[in-house]
Design a protein. Structure first.
Length: 115
């Protein structure tokens, strides 16, 4: 089982990034997928989620209207489009796949928003 995040980096405030999470080793389209983030000295925070079947999405209030989660089941990949980035979005971003008692995590990708 693998979840591999990519797409992080350094971006100026107001900029955009698209994170990707490529999955392998499990039935991806059966799993709910979440994006979490953790900033230094802070607890991990659920940022966005997307369900397995209907593709229903949910967002933290802090990112609503700026971030968009999507999934491509044919490519076993989930995306997080992040627009209008703010310094407070700086964190390590993790994708997470959940189905019943199965709970898989990626290694994370660093996003830094700074001028």
């Amino acid at each position: 089982v693998q979840l591999v995040e990519s797409g992080g980096g350094l971006v100026q405030p107001g900029g955009s990034l698209r994170l990707s999470c490529a999955a392998s080793g499990f039935t991806f389209n059966s799993y709910h997928i979440n994006w979490h983030r953790q900033a230094p000295g802070k607890e991990r925070e659920l940022v966005a989620s997307i369900t397995s079947t209907s593709g229903t999405t949910n967002y933290a209030d802090s990112v609503k209207g700026r971030f968009t989660i999507s999934r491509d089941n044919a490519k076993n990949t989930v995306y997080l489009q992040m627009n209008s980035l703010k310094p407070e979005d700086t964190a390590v971003y993790y994708c997470n796949a959940v189905l019943l008692f199965n709970n898989y995590w990626g290694q994370g990708t660093q996003v830094t928003v700074s001028s």
